[in-house]
Design a protein around this ligand. Structure first.
Ligand code: F6R
Length: 255
């Protein structure tokens, strides 16, 4: 695991974007796993800028999103389909046929989840998976207690996560109760992981994920078992860490 601490959210996002761009230039048809939420917005903004100003080319890239709410159509402004279109996809040159976001309106959710796993495998697996982290240590919608070997499936959201996400809905009752999510095992199969966290509200979760015991009670802690996991944090999210960490991902040997 390589932990990179940057002074600000902006610096963290730009550094993470440089890593994604590096991988994309090396493999133009890379398979990129994506996350929603507030954390990766700066990363997406910088990748959009690189596309616009530096010609970073996404035309051969395939994407797979981590998760989607069950019951929200892609047109709903809180669906993750909508989020990805508005915050990333519409401003880069991705081929729409290469975009995969779980179908929250699927009639047969189990069959959809099995298809999603198969589709990732048909693409040769995820090259790089972008991750945020929940205040309770979740990754994607794998809440505390999720099997560390789990695959894509439907999950019930915890009260905490529903409350965290209520800020995006008019009322908290409107926050969906279920989501389709890649499993922890699905995420761990990615060749590289890029976990991002900023703000003091994430400091405990980052501490538990990076320096705590590996436990299903903090699903993000499993990244300690990944051979190539990058953790990018801003100074605020790093306040509880006690190890000596890096400020760049380049030319660093994995610890
Ligand atoms: C979203 C996702 C979630 C978020 C996490 C942090 O696709 O997988 O696990 O990464 O809830 O959300 P933010 O970034 O809004 O703090």
């Amino acid at each position: 695991m390589l932990v990179i601490v940057k002074e600000t959210y902006d610096a963290m996002s730009k550094e993470a974007a440089r890593l994604v761009a590096d991988r994309l230039r090396k493999k133009p048809n890379m398979v990129l796993g994506l996350a929603t939420g507030s954390t990766p917005l700066g990363l997406y903004k910088e990748l959009i800028r690189m596309h616009r100003d530096e010609g970073l080319d996404f035309s051969k890239v395939s994407t797979f999103n981590l998760d989607e709410y069950v019951g929200l159509p892609p047109t709903h402004d809180q669906s993750y389909h909508y989020f990805m279109r508005e915050n990333f996809f519409k401003d880069i040159n991705l081929d729409v046929r290469h975009i995969h976001v779980p179908q929250g309106m699927a009639k047969d959710i189990d069959a959809f989840c099995a298809w999603y796993e198969k589709r990732i495998a048909e693409h040769g697996g995820l090259d790089l998976q972008v991750l945020g982290i929940g205040g309770n240590g979740h990754i994607a919608f794998n809440e505390p207690g999720s099997s560390l070997g789990s695959r894509t499936r439907i999950k019930t959201l915890t009260g905490t996560t529903r409350m965290d996400n209520a800020r995006f809905f008019k009322t908290k009752e409107e926050v969906p109760r279920y989501a389709i999510t890649m499993g922890v095992g699905t995420i761990m199969d990615a060749k590289e992981l890029l976990l991002l966290a900023n703000k003091t509200g994430k400091a405990d979760a980052v501490k538990a994920a990076v320096e705590g015991p590996i436990t299903a009670m903090c699903p993000a802690s499993i990244i300690q078992m990944h051979a190539k996991a990058f953790v990018f944090v801003d100074r605020d999210a790093a306040t509880k860490l006690t190890g000596n960490y890096n400020d760049s991902w380049e030319s660093k040997i994995f610890q």
